[in-house]
Write a protein that binds this ligand. Structure first.
Ligand SMILES: [Zn+2]
Ligand SMILES: [Zn+2]
Length: 268
């Protein structure tokens, strides 16, 4: 093996050529920024068209599973999430066979879901604008969740908004395409988790009455969250987070919150 390296070319670019190169680079950057602005503008306009304000009616009008599924897919918001999940599934399939690591990733993410729901519900959806972080969370999601608590069956304020779905979806897509295949599995699981949350939450607010024991429990807990005390019963797709984190008391063990009918966690 040779110990000498190839002679390094030193930058002997004439000043005029260097200036031209910088100008070309600047023009390319400006073109890129303009393109980025145009794409962003187009996406924002498309999202605004997708996210029609309504009125979209009441979830409580659907009294069967079939009717609930029909309302879910005909509302403008859930199909955006379903499209993103389908895209992530296609990317994962294109990345090759599933292995043991994929199974570990999928099981781990399913196990984390109750705690993620719990933390997001308590820390972001019920954030208050009393601090800087609280104000940011309130603007992003707290205000919307407050409207949901004020009128729980109103489908105008139901579901994750397309803007957030597309933001999370874009990050998930980059991860799915640039990371190893298990990263694509994780991205897909994120989308599926969000879809499971959106569907379950909607179904709880429909007029469909639970039959199974597991669904009856989460149905009852979410209603207690709305109408008894918003500090408790924070899980939606399961109550594991509440059981393990101490927010699953018997109904009569906590007082009726003064804002239980509609709004935020009480101060303090
Ligand atoms: Zn709700
Ligand atoms: Zn809530």
């Amino acid at each position: 093996m040779s110990t000498t390296s190839a002679p390094v070319r030193t930058a002997a670019v004439p000043p005029r050529r260097a200036t031209l190169r910088r100008a070309t680079l600047r023009r390319a950057t400006l073109r890129g920024a303009t393109l980025h602005r145009i794409v962003l503008h187009g996406v924002t306009a498309a999202v605004a068209r997708l996210d029609q304000p309504g009125p979209h009616g009441r979830a409580s009008d659907a009294t069967t599973l079939r009717a609930a599924a029909g309302r879910f897919v005909s509302h403008p918001r859930p199909p955006v999430l379903m499209g993103v999940v389908a895209g992530l599934a296609a990317v994962r399939l294109a990345r090759g066979r599933f292995g043991r690591t994929d199974a570990v990733v999928a099981v781990s993410m399913a196990a984390a879901q109750p705690f993620v729901e719990w933390a997001v519900h308590r820390g972001i959806l019920h954030a208050r604008p009393g601090s800087r972080a609280g104000a940011v969370c309130y603007r992003i999601a707290g205000w919307g969740h407050e409207q949901h608590h004020r009128d729980p069956t109103n489908m105008d304020t139901m579901f994750v908004r397309p803007q957030e779905v597309l933001d999370v979806g874009a990050v998930a897509l980059v991860v799915a395409l640039s990371g190893p295949p298990p990263a694509a599995t994780a991205a897909l699981c994120t989308g599926l988790g969000l879809l499971a949350y959106d569907w379950t939450h909607f179904l709880i607010h429909t007029g469909y009455r639970p039959r199974g024991r597991v669904y009856r429990r989460i149905w009852r807990n979410h209603r207690l969250h709305h109408f008894r005390n918003e500090r408790y019963w924070l899980g939606v797709t399961s109550n594991i987070g509440d059981v393990l984190l101490g927010t699953n008391p018997p109904r009569d063990a906590v007082p009726v919150s003064p804002t239980a009918a509609y709004a935020h966690l009480p101060a303090g």
